[in-house]
Design a protein around this ligand. Structure first.
Ligand code: TRP
Length: 330
């Protein structure tokens, strides 16, 4: 049997170009590795901490599912499901709570950051913390351990969570005997930082993002709004700018070389942005068409998720039965 690789994505916002180049694209490349059995799921239980409106949860879940399919995730090759379709996750979560020390959770970065914030505001340290946030790493350990996962490809911000899953697995194995595979994180070195339209790192929290599948008109408008310096069209321009760094993501080698030359000679920002729009739109159009198809035929996506959940649950049930048995619950 192949080694298992598993990763989850929280449905907490509309995917943007930074998410695509930083996370989605490398993850899809990894899903094509024939030596791994890959699991991709939408971490909707984890999102409940961030998304409190029903409409938003439904909308973001739909957008994430359609985005991953549009970007090339093939549900015939991998297992693709929604976390909330696999209730075994929550049962394992409970079993794991009993081998997890409170001290371990106290050390979680996300928890500590909230405590810090409350203390600074002169409030009770736990004023901002609910139990979903506090137990977040245990639920994530359940996601991972349930499928005998060996590798967990994640961004650097999730490293500690995978380390905790490893600690929890070891604590369980120590008490009850070898039950869970010990997982390892595969940190996706972010493919440089993706620049947003104001020149800072592209991020929802800065509001400087370009949604991956906005319309052509919106794409054009966002690109034309990219911050530039006030150099004249005839002046040479540094390639160390938002327009060029975005151009680099979408252009092929020849286009890139030609553009670097035009930057060196002098090019108007309007022309540079028009060129950026042209390569970006060419790159995104086939995926956008697929995305729009899935968004308007969501019943087909739901069928894929259901089929994925069925496959996932078959494995989940086996692992859970093993855990229950060693504990003495059966
Ligand atoms: N916590 C992860 C994030 O915020 C999402 C996630 C949930 C996850 N469960 C997981 C990632 C299991 C990898 C494995 O991005």
């Amino acid at each position: 049997m192949n080694k298992i690789s598993l990763t989850g994505v929280k449905p907490t916002g509309t995917p943007h170009i930074g998410n695509y180049f930083g996370a989605i694209k490398p993850a899809i490349e990894m899903s094509n590795n024939p030596e791994l059995d890959s699991f991709y799921f939408i971490a909707d239980y984890h999102a409940l901490n961030f998304i409190k409106k029903k409409e938003e949860l439904v909308q973001f879940t739909k957008e994430i599912a359609c985005t991953w399919l549009a970007c090339g995730l093939d549900p015939n090759k991998i297992v693709f499901y929604k976390q909330s379709q696999v209730p075994e996750v929550t049962e394992l979560n409970w079993l794991l709570c009993n081998v997890t020390s409170k001290g371990l959770m106290n050390r979680a970065h996300a928890y500590k950051a909230l405590v810090e914030k409350s203390l600074e505001a002169g409030d009770d340290p736990d004023a901002l913390v609910n139990m979903g946030l506090y137990n977040y790493p245990i639920l994530m350990a359940a996601d991972i351990l349930l499928f005998n996962t060996k590798f967990v490809p994640v961004g650097a911000d999730q490293k500690q969570h995978v380390e905790m899953a490893r600690d929890i697995a070891k604590a369980f194995n120590k008490r009850y005997g070898n039950t869970f595979v010990i997982p390892t994180e595969i940190i996706q070195e972010s493919v440089a930082t993706i620049t947003g339209i104001d020149g800072r790192k592209m991020s929802k929290s800065y509001g400087n993002q370009i949604p991956l599948f906005c319309t052509e008109q919106e794409l054009k408008k966002l690109i034309s709004g990219i911050k530039t310096d006030s150099s004249l069209p005839t002046e040479p321009k540094s390639t160390d700018c938002a327009v060029f760094s975005l151009y680099k993501l979408f252009a092929n080698k020849e286009e890139l070389e030609a553009m670097a030359e035009r930057f060196a000679k002098g090019i108007s920002w309007a022309d540079a942005k028009a060129e950026l729009y042209s390569v970006a739109n060419k790159y995104l159009t086939p995926m956008r068409e697929k995305y729009n198809y899935y968004m308007t035929h969501y019943d087909e996506v739901e069928k894929m998720l259901d089929a994925g959940a069925t496959k996932a649950r078959a494995i989940a049930k086996e692992t859970l039965a093993r855990a229950r048995a060693v504990i003495g619950l059966d």
